[in-house]
Ligand binder design. Structure first.
Ligand code: FMN
Length: 376
């Protein structure tokens, strides 16, 4: 049986060479809340978690939301790249992933008004960590809570915005120093960039609010600043929420047009299409592959502008759980790659197992040679 899932895909790069990824099963970034020292430095847990996914056959292994500023962490236990002292521990993760012949990515993030929350682990509630217990004042597009259960954020001034943009660029420089091959800017799930993109949370009246041009300005400035320092030999990606799933929220057509312009400018070449994060989620039609149509909208908008896979790779994510489902998404042209989240937590060997199910010859299964005798 022919298949696309275990066919290489090239992420375009400004230097024209592109970066080949061995297969189209990507790891979706997943916070581990495992930095007990709260210093943003990767631990053995991250090596074990990401290392298993690399050994298990995923083509692109993406490290979790990594704070570009300490105040940009979702929880105090998140990874960071806000200072040089964090680089060498990231390099250890990258070295292992490279040792498995995989491509290493990192998601650069600022949680804005959804920062300073407790880790999403058993026993913790979904509210802001008080300052007395290690929390901090959060920032967003405007003053006020981003979600009802969170403490009020402080609206960023234009100088504050410039600082955030510079922080993304500095973190990208450190990601390069650590050896990461791909950076993904987190513009999804209700975090800072999404807080600016969405009319639900951005009611600014200056040049960073109002129409789509204003609301997308922060993203566009971050992309431009990161692209300045991120090598031309390396692809830059963006993860978006394709929709807020409410009538007065961000719509997929808006998101797609912003992305089209960034691709057209040659600044980004990988788009991962997720959704939601700024509501209670009650209107989200959660089900198998429920976000795939959003990836299709983005792919179609790019195609209408003559921008195909040689300009940007679009990956679909969200309840894509088994090999045939993933292969169907690719074979029907709905996306060029798939990102796998929770199914990869259940089974770090998801990719190798999927390859076996798609009848990839045993000698070509994408797992580490040490697992040669595994009975997939
Ligand atoms: C434990 C956990 C942590 C997550 N952390 C992140 C994150 O750091 N960044 C992000 O963009 N999405 C994060 N997500 C969302 C996943 O990347 C993914 O989009 C989501 O789980 C849907 O895909 P799935 O159905 O394959 O799990 C997280 C999800 C889980 C389950």
């Amino acid at each position: 049986m022919s298949h696309l899932l275990f066919t290489p895909v090239t992420l375009p790069t400004p230097d024209g060479h592109g970066l080949e990824v061995g297969n189209r099963a990507f790891v979706a970034p997943m916070c581990q809340y495992a930095v007990d020292a709260t210093d943003g430095v990767p631990t053995d847990w991250h090596l074990s978690h990401l290392g298993a996914l690399a050994a298990g056959g995923f083509g692109l292994v993406v490290a979790e939301a990594t704070g570009v500023e300490a105040r940009g962490r979702i929880s105090p236990q998140d990874l960071g790249l806000w200072e040089d002292g964090q680089v060498s521990a990231h390099a250890r993760l990258v070295d292992f992933i490279h040792g498995q012949d995989r491509v290493a990515g990192v998601q650069l993030a600022h949680a804005g008004g959804k920062a300073s929350t407790w880790p999403m682990l058993p026993g913790f509630s979904d509210v802001t960590v008080p300052a007395a217990e290690g929390g901090w004042q959060t920032v967003s597009a405007v003053d006020g809570p981003v979600l009802p259960d969170l403490d009020a954020a402080a609206g960023l001034t234009e100088d504050g915005i410039a600082q955030v943009v510079a922080s993304f660029a500095e973190a990208a420089r450190r990601a390069d120093a650590a050896g990461y091959d791909v950076v993904q800017i987190h513009a999804a799930h209700g975090y800072l960039v999404h807080q600016f993109l969405s009319p639900l949370t951005n009611t600014r009246t200056d040049g960073y609010g109002g129409d789509l041009d204003g609301r997308s300005r922060l993203l566009r400035e971050i992309v431009a600043a990161v692209r300045e320092v991120w090598p031309d030999s390396k692809p830059l990606g963006v993860r978006v929420s394709g929709t807020d799933w409410v009538d007065d929220g961000l719509q997929v057509g808006e998101v797609a047009s912003v992305l089209r312009d960034l691709v057209d400018a040659g600044q980004i070449s990988w788009i991962d299409v997720s959704s939601g994060g700024l509501t209670d989620g009650s209107t989200i039609p959660v089900g198998p592959g429920y976000q795939v149509p959003l990836a299709v909208s983005v792919t179609d908008t790019l195609a209408e502008a003559g921008l195909g896979q040689d300009a940007a790779v679009v990956s679909a994510v969200g309840l894509i759980e088994d090999a045939l489902q993933a292969e169907t998404v690719l074979a029907t042209g709905q996306a060029h790659a798939v990102s796998i989240g929770r199914a990869a937590l259940v089974n770090p060997h998801w990719a190798a197992q999927a390859a076996a199910e798609l009848r990839v010859p045993r000698s070509e299964l994408p797992h580490a040679p040490q697992f040669f005798r595994a009975r997939f």
